[in-house]
Ligand binder design. Structure first.
Ligand code: ATP
Length: 443
């Protein structure tokens, strides 16, 4: 019988009290119903690694949905059940989510006189997972609380900082695991194990990637873009020939690597400032990954990655806007050009596009001014609105848009900072615009 190490002390040291309470409650509920309950996957891995992870995944040797309902009733919360997969999500009243899965007890009936054996169902559940480091379980029922269930040598692999699959058909079963291997390897600064690396190369040799749906590739790519260091993963993918395997146009040349390097820098800068709106990482990095691809070829990539129609339309539009803005920015000279001109160039562009422009600009003063735009200019608002224009006697009509636009321009250029200045300017503009309209009509 395997010896199970007890890590209750580490669990206690590395998790907040609220999480410890949840584990205890879940274990006690399991004991009450008579089912064994485990915390599993990344949650357990990250306890051993000493990395905070509050995504709690439970596996119940029993019925996960029933367990989830009773857990929610006990602690206060609601349940979203997926009966097809026998899984459920509990959303507790404080917003904490707990995923619950079912490991069914399976009985193997042998013919003739041999007895029926009960296979440990947690072992079956863990065996379906991707890597040893993700195939750990932690007992939480009272009496066995804190015992680490490690069938596949995960602790040793964590100690040796190795990503290893559980069996040799793993990548054939699911080639997206290749991208997951790279993601975990780079995130934890681990190494993909020797045999696992041979299996990856074998899977690539069998062209398993070409059979993979665009939706699944894109999903994994998005997870990669959400990592702290997406470029490290992309470079590893390039090194292994995975970019080409996804689509030949996606191969990373020096130019793209240089752009992606700059993108990571501006993205980190933006994250540090906690600015709004939030950046969607894949929308940013896909611009770098596809830099230099011609307009009539880009459809091959969006098609391969199975963009939705809207995603494709938005992406093409963004690329066009960036191209146009790059031209206009070449003519923008600090000290000579107005700030409002920069505002007009950048304002229609989503933040991912603006960060891309910043990363692409070679002139230091352009980068500096774009950063000014993101940090301050984009939020500028004027102190008067349509109601104010009405109150000072301006006849409502399309002229309002023109006047409010000009007030904004004036404010950005420092010519009408206060409400008072803006109202005066509005009156003046109204006179000028009305006069010019009249003269037009009189012609
Ligand atoms: P993260 O820290 O990125 O959330 P995680 O390990 O929790 O890491 P998830 O993608 O949330 O990763 O997956 C949860 C668990 O499901 C993993 O720990 C892994 O055991 C299992 N899993 C996810 N995807 C696969 C897959 N493609 N093949 C096998 N097992 C998988």
């Amino acid at each position: 019988h395997r010896r199970e190490r007890n890590i209750a002390a580490q669990v206690k040291n590395r998790l907040p009290q609220r999480m410890l309470d949840l584990l205890k409650e879940a274990g006690e509920l399991g004991a009450e119903i008579g089912w064994e309950v485990y915390a599993v996957g990344g949650f357990v891995r990250d306890i051993l690694l000493g990395r905070p992870n509050l995504d709690l995944d439970l596996v119940v040797e029993g019925d996960g949905i029933t367990f989830a309902k009773r857990f929610a009733a006990k602690l206060g919360g609601r349940v979203k059940a997926h009966s097809k997969f026998k899984t459920a999500v509990v959303i507790l009243d404080d917003g904490q989510r707990v995923d619950v899965a079912t490991a069914r007890l399976e009985y193997y009936e042998y013919p003739a006189a041999l007895p029926t054996v009960e296979l440990s169902s947690i072992k079956m559940d863990l065996y379906r997972r991707d890597f040893t480091v993700n195939a750990l379980a932690l007992r939480i029922n009272p009496g066995r609380y804190g015992q680490l269930v490690d069938f596949f040598g995960a602790e040793r692999d964590i100690r040796n900082r190795t990503i290893r699959v559980l069996h040799s058909l793993s990548f054939v079963e699911d080639p997206t695991r290749i991208l997951r291997a790279i993601r975990f390897e780079r995130r934890f600064d681990f190494q993909i194990g020797g045999q696992t690396m041979r299996l990856i190369k074998n899977a690539l040799g069998l062209k398993l990637f070409s059979k993979l749906s665009g939706t699944r590739v894109m999903h994994e790519l998005q997870s990669i873009m959400n990592e702290g260091d997406p470029l490290a993963c992309l470079l590893r993918m390039q090194e292994l020939g995975i970019m080409e395997a996804i689509h030949p146009l996606l191969s990373l040349d020096r130019e793209r690597i240089q752009i992606l390097t700059e993108l990571v820098k501006v993205h980190n800068w933006y994250k540090l400032l906690y600015l709004d709106p939030a950046v969607v990482p894949w929308k940013l990095y896909i611009l770098g990954m596809t830099a230099g691809i011609k307009r009539d070829e880009i459809g091959q990539v969006t098609g391969r990655l199975h963009f939705t129609q809207k995603e494709e339309r938005d992406f093409l539009h963004l690329r066009d806007m960036i191209g146009e803005a790059l031209m206009k920015l070449m003519g923008w000279k600090e000290g000579h050009s107005r700030l409002s001109r920069l505002y007009k160039i950048l304002h229609p562009i989503p933040v991912e596009g603006i960060l891309f422009l910043m990363a692409r600009s070679r002139k230091e003063y352009i980068r500096r001014n774009i950063s000014q735009y993101l940090a301050r200019l984009q939020y500028v608002d004027i102190e008067v609105n349509g109601k104010d224009l009405k109150n000072i006697g301006i006849e409502p009509g399309p002229i309002y848009t023109t006047i409010l636009d000009r007030l904004m321009t004036a404010k950005i250029d420092g010519r009408a900072e206060t409400r008072h200045d803006q109202l005066n300017l509005a009156k003046k503009l109204n006179k000028e615009l009305s006069a010019s309209l009249e003269s037009e009509n009189g012609d």
